[in-house]
Design a protein around this ligand. Structure first.
Ligand SMILES: [Zn+2]
Length: 678
């Protein structure tokens, strides 16, 4: 065989992969997978077992990952014209295949027989979880419904997809349609780097000079820096009324009627699947058990964060009065906040960066990993990679066993997608020939080293590194043997950020920082004054940030929970109720943020926006266990490894958390980390 994507290798042969191998490899895998499914479904007519049904399916999934995983990875980090072309074609084939598989009634029935068989009870917990997740996903795709509900559900899904796309399109059109030229004197206060953004905006619209548009970086430059209060007001009004019946583009791109249609269809779809409303449906795949728990959780934080937010606002209003703004308005808040932050802390990336040379940060991160979780990280040379900067590391257990590995691709460069992420290269699972070891890709976009010195990271970069490494640990330290719930697979998505956000905490504590800082020239650790200012920026306006998140979270969740066909979505009425309860500075009545709330009406966050805070509570509360026992306490670390990292999606995240913490999550630690604890 000459196609490396089809070889059964421990690691991808990055030195031999070529674009012309992609389509043949994907076609071969899909054809074999398809034939295998038919074979297995036929054989499962009586008494299917894990070995005769689920294990062979997991093996096909792994084969597809071996062929397709390296291709998606290369598409992200080493793209080329030739690769992009075959990538898109292969992706279409894989997408078609997975929707075909997701609608396969025969496979669904076979899995049901397996779950209802006597053999099911004897399976391991992870195997049971895989089968239950599969069945749940089949049910949520509508495949289990009888006619005419099945066809109606399919029609709704199609219509919803179109409406959600139209929603997003309207926001984009409204954003693109607005442009307002700026006079020279209106630029007062806006720094040079931000003026360049405004100049580019003008150029994009074939104008001279500078312009305000509603692209976020442009809007942000004006609302944050412009001294001209009327200009800030205009920007705020245009941005806050995008795609609505208000503001300078009133009625042109109005998403209001679309929201009504989306909500009615979501409600009907949920009821077809047997749920009271779309909020209940959303929770079927999440950690939060009931709507009451979600609402109780959000309201608890409202009660406890609001006084802090009120103090911050009063403080800001005082600061505003000193600067000639007698009555604070929403369009003054980003402007005054930025001024206040600079006046108080004067913290810049340039001051921090010399303390964070990448080699030192990595060495500290690896030391922490060893003391907390009992695994050593060691580099291994000679592994095929896609670029000379890429490093390969192994995780070695106390008994010198290699348990997992990861690639680190740290620096920004051409033909590499921006941002940072953890992706799966190999998933751990037990197969007929033994055990596959987990391997991860950690990708960042740090500024590369210059002048022969080590690369220097910003504090933001450092927390990003820790965040992605946390996802990596979740993937790599899994001990699960059933593929579908191994590592991060099958973990509820309001809990999947627990290990990643947990790791970030070490970048904010003295003990953690002492391990990862050494001045690039002197080797000195971060002075205390600098550390205190860094910490203060974490807490700065945390209350105002939280009440905003709470307003979004409550609005999204109650909208989906309380929808009734007879009275419609009541978007504005509901928003007013929530603002009365949550907001410390009420936006004007003409403000229309829901009409551009793409997360919820066009993205995957319907009745799920609360997840951001939910996951943060889990990570803060888990970290508090370390603070109580000693940040580097090995017993607590090993318990975290065993109860959270090792178990993946093999049991509910709430059970894992409770097993680690000895109780259910509490919000105190979150408020503490924001500096808002009473
Ligand atoms: Zn993350």
């Amino acid at each position: 065989m000459t196609n490396p994507l089809l070889e059964d290798l421990a690691l991808p042969a990055f030195d031999r992969i070529q674009p012309d191998q992609v389509l043949p490899a994907v076609d071969t895998c899909l054809a074999r997978y398809r034939a295998r499914v038919e074979e297995l479904v036929a054989a499962a007519a009586d008494a299917p077992s894990w070995e005769t049904l689920m294990a062979p399916l997991e093996a096909e999934e792994a084969a597809l990952e071996r062929a397709w995983g390296p291709v998606t990875h290369l598409h992200s980090v080493a793209d080329s014209e030739a690769l992009r072309e075959v990538y898109q074609q292969a992706l279409d084939r894989i997408t078609d295949f997975s929707s075909e598989l997701g609608q396969h009634r025969g496979l669904f029935e076979a899995l049901k027989r397996l779950r209802d068989s006597a053999a099911f009870a004897a399976l391991r917990a992870d195997q049971k979880a895989v089968i239950e997740h599969e069945l749940r996903d089949f049910e949520l795709s509508g495949v289990a419904l009888e006619e005419p509900a099945r066809t109606r559900f399919r029609d709704i899904s199609r219509e919803l997809a179109q409406l959600e796309t139209a929603f997003e399109q309207a926001v984009m059109d409204a954003t693109d349609a607005y442009v307002r030229p700026l006079k020279e004197e209106e630029l007062l206060g806006i720094p040079e780097s931000e003026r360049a953004v405004l100049a580019q905006a003008a150029k994009d619209h074939e104008l001279e000079g500078h312009a305000l548009t509603l692209q976020f970086p442009v809007y942000n430059a004006v609302i944050t820096y412009a001294e001209d209060r009327n200009l800030r007001f205009e920007a705020y009004r245009a941005f806050g009324t995008r795609a609505s019946d208000q503001g300078p583009q009133a009625g042109q791109f109005d998403n209001g009627p679309r929201i009504e249609q989306i909500m009615a269809l979501r409600h009907e779809a949920a009821q077809l699947l047997g749920y009271d409303n779309p909020a209940m449906l959303s929770l079927a795949t999440k950690m939060a058990p009931t709507p009451d728990r979600v609402l109780g959780f959000l309201r608890d934080i409202v009660t406890r964060a609001r006084p802090g937010a009120e103090r911050e606002l009063a403080d800001l209003a005082d600061f505003g009065r000193e600067h000639g703004i007698d009555e604070l308005q929403p369009w003054d808040v980003p402007f005054l906040s930025e001024k206040l932050r600079l006046a108080r802390y004067q913290l810049s990336d340039e001051e921090l960066k010399p303390y964070f040379p990448l080699p030192r940060v990595l060495a500290g991160l690896f030391e922490l990993t060893e003391s907390l979780f009992g695994v050593r990280v060691r580099e291994r040379a000679g592994v095929p990679v896609w670029h000379g900067d890429v490093r390969y590391y192994e995780l070695v257990d106390a008994d010198e066993r290699v348990v997992a590995a990861f690639y680190l691709d740290a620096y920004a460069r051409a033909r590499k997608r921006g941002g940072a992420w953890m992706d799966v290269c190999r998933t751990r699972f037990r197969h007929s020939d033994g055990l596959e070891r987990p391997v991860a890709y950690l990708t960042c976009n740090f500024a590369p080293p210059v002048g022969g010195k080590a690369a220097l990271l910003t504090h933001d970069d450092v927390t990003t590194m820790f965040h992605e490494f946390g996802h990596g640990l979740h993937h790599m330290l899994t001990e699960v043997e059933a593929r579908g719930v191994s590592g991060i697979s099958g973990v509820e998505w309001d809990a999947v950020e627990l290990p990643s956000q947990f790791m970030e905490n070490f970048c904010w504590t003295r003990v953690g920082l002492d391990r990862i800082t050494a001045h690039v020239d002197t080797g000195a650790q971060m002075p205390d004054d600098l550390y205190q200012r860094l910490l203060a920026t974490r807490h700065f306006h945390a209350g105002l940030f939280l009440v905003r998140q709470l307003e979004f979270g409550l609005f999204d969740f109650r909208l989906h929970l309380e929808f009734e066909p007879s009275r419609g979505a009541r978007v504005l009425e509901l928003l007013e109720q929530i603002r009365a309860e949550v907001s410390v500075l009420r936006p004007p009545s003409w403000h229309r943020f829901p009409m551009s709330f793409g997360h919820v009406f066009a993205g995957g966050y319907a009745a799920g926006y609360y997840s951001y805070l939910w996951a943060e509570v889990l990570s803060a509360d888990a970290y508090a266990a370390f603070e109580a026992a000693g940040i580097l306490d090995a017993d607590t670390g090993l318990r975290f490894r065993r109860e959270v990292l090792a178990v993946g999606g093999s049991r509910p995240a709430l059970s894992s958390f409770t097993a680690f913490r000895g109780r259910e999550p509490e919000v105190d630690a979150l408020l503490q980390s924001y500096g808002l604890a009473a």
